[in-house]
Design a protein around this ligand. Sequence first.
Ligand SMILES: NC(=O)c1ccc[n+]([C@@H]2O[C@H](COP(=O)([O-])OP(=O)(O)OC[C@H]3O[C@@H](n4cnc5c(N)ncnc54)[C@H](O)[C@@H]3O)[C@@H](O)[C@H]2O)c1
Ligand SMILES: [Zn+2]
Length: 356
Amino acid sequence: MPSYEVRTPQAAYSVLVEWGALGRTASLIPARTGRVFVITEERIWRHHGSRLTAGFSCPPEVLYFPGGEDRKRLATVEQLAEQMVAREADRTSLILAFGGGIVGDVAGFLAAGFMRGIPVIQAPTTLLAQVDAAVGGKTGVNLASGKNLFGAFHQPLAVLIDPQTLTTLPEREYRAGLFEVIKHGVIRSPELFELMRRRIQDVFARQPEVVERMISESVRLKSEVVSADEREADLRRILNFGHTFGHALEAETGFVRFLHGEAVGFGMQAAAELACRAGYLDRAACDLIRAVVDEYGPIPSLAGIDPDRLIALMASDKKTLQGRVHFVLPEAIGRVRVVTGIDPALVRASIQAALG
Ligand SMILES: NC(=O)c1ccc[n+]([C@@H]2O[C@H](COP(=O)([O-])OP(=O)(O)OC[C@H]3O[C@@H](n4cnc5c(N)ncnc54)[C@H](O)[C@@H]3O)[C@@H](O)[C@H]2O)c1
Ligand SMILES: [Zn+2]
């Protein structure tokens, strides 16, 4: 089974990627583990739960929550923790996060805090979570005042990725995840970018070999970046390609009009334009990035978006340190650099160009 190693000062673990891998879940549980608590959503469990429990001699406890951004809150973590206590969880318990990025973030944070920390295994079931959220140990919840403002780093014991779970993923969610895969290609993998460019029909058809390749390559790259730099400082920042503009678009539209990946699609268009206009990227490469993003669209209408509002939101993003906006700009397909101090007029023109 293809496996990628993550090594951080806090932990070392494997990320396994294989069609049908869910059947091996039980074999990943360490010998002296007490109760296993699966945190999931009811519909994910309905689709894939039986494959996950196949190898367990003693069935795990299953706790559901309804999912959705508005449930990614401290209240949910508290409720789940109380349910665990009611079912006799203790320090030897283990959490299995089985779902998309919402489940992964909530269950990961629950594990980080329960009895001051118990192990978690991430078993992501959306493309976005498989290629991004499940690897790297970031966990947390939203506050009323903003997304992901409350959390912890808690590296998993292992990450188990079964691309077969994607067969039931709604089309729009799948497409949103594809933008993060394109992002990985642009920042660090020309091969992955070529795969996304050349095999678009197979990607849309969720052809197993292509799906496994795009997940594996994304995981390889994210594992490398996270291992080199656990806490966002320098290298990890490159993962934010498309996100500076994308987060602003999500915030401006109240997090309801665009899925996160769709906003990143827009953000990559704007960032490619900015890289070109600021003289880091040639026009042909910029147009190629934009064309591939377009092919994986369309994203919901951008009508009525005001560039100046996006600029104001970028300045107040939590990733903006001391008022300096960092842009991750491609210099070629497969290579990016982090730049600050860009002329606001160029930023505005690039947003305008991406809005079309
Ligand atoms: N921790 C990180 O590093 C990190 C990175 C990126 C994103 N995130 C977080 O991830 C969250 C978004 O995650 P997401 O896009 O996976 O959304 P999500 O978890 O809401 O899942 C999307 C939808 O797909 C459904 N679903 C999930 N798996 C399914 C399956 N196999 N079959 C059918 N339906 C399925 C869910 O019920 C949900 O309705 C955001 O809150 C974001 O902040 C975290
Ligand atoms: Zn993202």
